[in-house]
Design a protein around this ligand. Structure first.
Ligand SMILES: CC(C)(COP(=O)(O)OP(=O)(O)OC[C@H]1O[C@@H](n2cnc3c(N)ncnc32)[C@H](O)[C@@H]1OP(=O)(O)O)[C@@H](O)C(=O)NCCC(=O)NCCS
Length: 150
């Protein structure tokens, strides 16, 4: 069954935190951090539902920048049992649409340089590595990726 994308809110906090802890052993956002992101005025949060269950989510933020705006994806998580079915790509696609509606021209994000799944996903969706971030994740390096939205 294909995933349905919906806006999320604080009412999904418990499930989003559950998925966050399934996705990240270390470096997981705390429940408080997710709550903050979900309630921030500039945030965009979406969930992917499969058979009514939340299978994954994405949260980003819009930064006004003069006449245009920049979108920053803060987290994208798909529950392990729902992976490799296109949900990550769908979440990215939908948040970019939401960003575009808010005037965003450029979307950026960071990832661990050893996160092959995420890097392949982003590359497949048109993101390019534009910088390296030494020790961005404690002792692990990060990369900074960027895409011009059309
Ligand atoms: C990264 C993540 C969001 C991908 O979600 P997903 O729903 O499985 O991704 P998709 O099914 O849309 O995959 C799209 C493409 O990404 C790449 N990809 C996804 N998972 C991959 C993996 N485990 N290994 C290699 N490439 C992978 C592939 O190119 C894939 O296309 P394909 O299936 O046709 O080969 C998911 O693995 C996840 O939640 N990981 C833990 C959290 C995380 O690391 N988030 C990113 C933080 S920067």
């Amino acid at each position: 069954m294909s995933a349905k994308i919906e806006e999320t809110s604080i009412k999904h906090l418990d499930r989003l935190y559950e998925i966050e802890t399934e996705c990240f052993e270390t470096e997981a956002f705390t429940k408080q951090q997710i709550a903050y992101l979900l309630t921030d005025y500039n945030s965009v949060g979406l969930v992917a539902k499969v058979n009514g269950e939340i299978a994954g989510f994405i949260i980003g933020k819009v930064y006004a920048n003069g006449k245009s705006a920049t979108g920053h994806i803060l987290t994208i998580d798909v529950s392990p049992k729902h992976r490799r079915r296109g949900i990550g790509l769908k979440l990215l696609h939908e948040i970019e649409k939401a960003f575009t509606d808010k005037g965003v021209k450029i979307c950026c994000l960071e990832a661990r340089e050893d996160n092959i799944a995420a890097l392949n996903l982003y590359r497949k969706h048109g993101y390019k590595i534009v910088g390296r971030l030494k020790n961005y994740y404690g002792s692990a390096n990060g990369v900074c990726l960027r895409k011009v939205l059309t």
